[in-house]
Design a protein around this ligand. Structure first.
Ligand code: OFO
Length: 176
């Protein structure tokens, strides 16, 4: 059985992962309309990743005999101005998520909830990877300094991103 405080904080993060998913879908729609088909694909892969992150919380809370709580999800930003703007906002967003995950871990330590600490390790590693990937892309966009030809080459590369996580959760969460 999970303690009430831990359950509430895990539920908040589950809902934040859903917010992340729609934020990336909002970014994907901008990229689609701006002609960055590759970035749109990259962002839609990210949308699926965020849903997977949410489902891990869903399964974990249930596995601890906890109760799921679905909360209001804020409207995502829909005011993107450029690819640079999209990836700058992505980095800011992922840094915030990292902070939330770190705070969750602090709470799990305070609550002496060892199982949740182990569960959260996966997210701590994942956030390092997410920030690193976005930082790389952002650095390259900045180097291009508005060079459209270069941005289209980068866009093509972004379009090669493949889904590496499951998207069908109907039979529970497959192990990856
Ligand atoms: Fe769930 O990692 Fe991005 O937000």
């Amino acid at each position: 059985m999970i303690k009430d405080r831990m359950q509430l904080e895990l539920n908040k993060q589950l809902n934040r992962e859903h917010y992340s998913a729609i934020l990336y879908l909002s970014m994907a729609s901008y990229a689609e309309q701006a002609g960055y088909k590759g970035a749109a694909r990259w962002l839609k892969v990210q949308y699926h990743e965020e849903q997977y992150h949410a489902m891990r919380f869903y399964e974990y809370i249930l596995s601890r005999n906890g109760r799921l709580e679905f909360m209001d999800i804020p409207k995502p930003d829909q005011t993107f101005k450029s690819l640079l703007d999209v990836y700058q906002k992505t980095l800011i967003h992922e840094e915030e998520v990292t902070e939330y995950v770190n705070r969750l871990m602090d709470i799990a330590v305070e609550e002496k909830d060892h199982a949740t600490q182990i569960f959260l390790q996966w997210y701590i590693t994942e956030q390092v990877e997410e920030e690193d990937n976005v930082n790389d892309i952002l650095t390259r966009i900045k180097l291009l300094n508005g060079d459209n030809q270069g941005l289209l080459v980068l866009d093509k590369e972004l379009g090669l991103r493949q889904l590496t996580i499951p998207t069908d959760f109907t039979n529970g969460l497959p192990k990856v």
